[in-house]
Design a protein around this ligand. Structure first.
Ligand code: HEC
Length: 173
């Protein structure tokens, strides 16, 4: 009898723990290789810059907190000009690689999650995985700059918050 009561109590505790703890361990969205559909190993590539508040938020919500953030844009611009513009053009107008400044993408880049997947894990041809060169935090900075170069209308900028969409002005140099 004693034993049974103890087991019951333990089971009860376990049930409470599951209910209480589960929502805290927030579900991480599955990130995939955009070409093969295989899961992306987010522990691969550079070790630093994986646990900044921005990366954590992005991993859980798919929303890039650096979008339209002035300081982040300045850093993203530097990284973009060093690591990406040679192939995608100074204004992301396209060169060896496709243009990134309009809505006519090859992959479904109307979500920032997909853009992260392309940059982190690579795509085809010269678009190699950038996770060996850039930290996840740097990738988010770079993405914010790429998004800032968008020449389309704010209302179509699905990656922005509603407020940001209202205030967005198509990029002009
Ligand atoms: C050596 C040249 C090269 C470099 C450097 C490069 N890219 Fe690319 N990129 C490409 C090519 C080529 C493609 C097309 C690949 C495909 O369609 O599978 C591409 C595709 C992309 C796409 C998907 C475009 C679409 O239409 O869906 C994104 C986003 C992108 N690159 C971002 C970046 C960013 C950001 C950087 C810098 C961190 C970068 N690339 C660096 C050549 C490059």
């Amino acid at each position: 009898m004693m034993k049974q009561a103890l087991i019951k109590r333990l089971l009860c505790c376990a049930a409470i723990a599951t209910v209480c703890v589960a929502p805290v361990v927030a579900q991480q969205m599955p990130f995939i290789n955009i070409v093969t559909g295989e899961p992306l190993d987010l522990k691969s590539g550079k070790e630093e810059g994986r646990d900044t508040p921005a990366v954590k938020q992005f991993m859980q919500t798919g929303q890039n907190p650096y979008n339209e953030d002035k300081q982040a844009l300045a850093k993203g611009k530097d990284i973009y000009n060093t690591s990406c513009s040679g192939c995608h053009g100074h204004l992301a107008e396209g060169k060896i690689g496709p243009a990134l400044n309009h809505g006519n993408w090859h992959y479904e880049l109307d979500e920032d999650k997909a853009m992260f997947e392309v940059i982190f894990g690579g795509a085809t041809r010269q678009m190699g995985p950038q996770n060996e060169f850039l930290t996840q935090d740097e990738i988010l900075h770079t993405m914010a700059w790429v998004r800032h170069l968008y020449t389309g209308k704010g209302e179509d900028a699905t990656w922005l918050t509603e407020e940001q969409r209202k205030n967005f002005k198509p990029y002009k140099e």
